[in-house]
Design a protein around this ligand. Structure first.
Ligand SMILES: Cc1cc2nc3c(=O)[nH]c(=O)nc-3n(C[C@H](O)[C@H](O)[C@H](O)COP(=O)(O)OP(=O)(O)OC[C@H]3O[C@@H](n4cnc5c(N)ncnc54)[C@H](O)[C@@H]3O)c2cc1C
Length: 421
């Protein structure tokens, strides 16, 4: 069967790979010349399988004033004229209750563990090069209240197979000595030894290179999908540049832009772009390499994440609801640099131009649960809304969708991920 996958971010690339493995003919389209060049390009690089807590959390209610008005808030809400922003926010706030968060966490943990198994399995056969390592992760807290709440979460997640420990600040520093020079007064942290990290765009490019050896695969880069032709409730063809591409099945994986395409075929998707930024610090000298962490770090109060990628350190953060503004304000980059300076003061930070300042839009659903599966348009499948966890959830989402398309039994229950109008 010919299947057309729209979008070559990590979600589209992994989906294409699983479908190709099932013996389908696959066309993968992207408006950029390389795969993984959208939001998948500069993300936080953490494969965060056990730390999946959604943004929609009951604490949002008490922190709302801080998030909206404080200069130091890692979250920005700039009201726009789009109805989509208000609709998304309304649904998001409805998800900010303990019962919903528990359900979301369980669903995401199952998908995340499945994803980890898939990535391990694929990579055992392919040996892709993407600075992949099981580095472990420390989520660091400066307030005891936050750490106590995290301890409860650790206890809750233990019944779902997460192996995590709550540690004192000194114990965290023993695990990651680079934190010993940080200028923060840590209350302690949560350590998850099984967490991984890897370079997402390198992974996408390596996987596409593998697929390109298969005559059933075609990557159509530099080509924007602009229109859709439907008949009798099914999608017949999509316009990609000057070409109309027909297929028996289509997969929508256009990341944060998926909702625009969906509107053309009469579908409304609960997606909103949550903007974030990153820098990539080249660790050029021995002192910087020794002073940078090997373990992935999340600084919870600043909402900044750090991941070691070989001789580089990825630093990412901020969550902004500001519409489609693609600018990279100096303030956002300064914030990441100052977070880096506070935590790892002996790492040399060069000029901004050497830090590859970057922005991307997390394709987010209000609850944080992605949508993976059939849509009301007969032969159009959705693989969207992985939000802040797209790198982590990609291989599992791809495998789940391939099972659905094949009509096979699923390794995990797909009900939580189905599209609901
Ligand atoms: C600051 C930040 C930090 C993050 N950190 C992490 C992390 O540590 N761990 C983690 O798991 N996740 C993280 N994420 C989330 C993760 O990066 C995303 O969930 C993931 O990249 C989404 O992948 P995608 O394939 O859905 O979207 P994308 O990567 O954006 O792919 C969509 C593709 O569609 C293409 N496209 C769009 N419109 C069209 C069109 N009309 N025609 C043709 N092509 C089109 C784009 O060019 C793009 O390549 C982070 C995100 C951000 C912003």
């Amino acid at each position: 069967m010919h299947i057309c996958v729209m979008g070559a971010g990590v979600i589209g690339v992994t989906t294409a790979y699983r479908l190709l493995q099932d013996g389908h003919q696959v066309s993968l389209i992207d408006e950029r010349d390389q795969p993984g060049a959208g939001t998948s390009q500069g993300n936080g690089a953490q494969l965060s399988y056990s730390y999946v807590a959604p943004l929609a959390d009951p604490s949002v209610w008490s922190k709302w004033a801080y998030y909206t008005f404080s200069k130091d808030s890692p979250l920005t809400l700039r009201p726009t004229l789009e109805a989509a922003q208000y609709r998304w926010l309304f649904e998001f706030l409805r998800c900010c209750n303990a019962q919903r968060v528990r359900r979301t966490t369980i669903d995401l943990l199952k998908l995340a563990f499945y994803s980890r198994d898939q990535l391990t399995q694929w990579n055992a056969g392919l040996d892709l090069q993407f600075d992949y390592q099981r580095s472990g992760k420390l989520v660091m807290f400066t307030d005891t209240q936050g750490l106590d709440a995290a301890a409860q979460q650790v206890q809750f997640q233990a019944q779902y197979g997460c192996q995590q420990e709550v540690l004192s600040a000194a114990a965290c520093i023993r695990i990651e000595p680079a934190l010993g020079r940080s200028r923060r007064d840590w209350a302690g942290g949560v350590y998850t030894p099984s967490e991984e990290a890897g370079d997402c765009p390198q992974f996408c490019r390596a996987l596409v290179a593998v697929m390109q050896a298969d005559p059933n695969f075609r990557f159509i880069g530099n080509t924007r999908v602009t229109a859709a032709r439907t008949q009798d409730g099914s999608l017949q063809a999509v316009q990609a540049g000057n070409e109309w591409i027909s297929a028996e099945r289509f997969v929508l994986a256009l990341g944060a832009e998926s909702a625009d395409f969906a509107r053309q075929v009469g579908l409304s998707l609960p997606l909103y772009p949550l903007k974030g930024y990153s820098i990539t610090v080249p660790l050029e000298d021995e002192t910087s390499r020794a002073a940078a962490p090997q373990v992935s770090i999340t600084d919870i109060s600043r909402k900044i994440v750090y991941a070691r990628l070989g001789q580089r350190l990825r630093v990412a953060g901020r969550i902004e609801l500001v519409g489609r503004d693609r600018s990279i304000p100096r303030r956002a980059i300064d914030e990441l640099k100052s977070g880096m300076g506070e935590l790892f003061p002996d790492c040399r930070l060069g000029e901004d131009a050497t830090l590859s300042p970057w922005m991307g839009f997390r394709p987010a659903t209000p609850s944080g649960v992605p949508i993976v599966g059939a849509s009301p348009v007969g032969n159009l499948y959705l693989n969207i809304g992985q939000g802040a966890l797209g790198w982590t959830l990609a291989c599992g989402s791809a495998a789940l969708l391939a099972d659905q398309i094949a009509g096979r039994s699923r390794a995990i229950d797909d009900a939580p991920f189905r599209y609901a109008a």
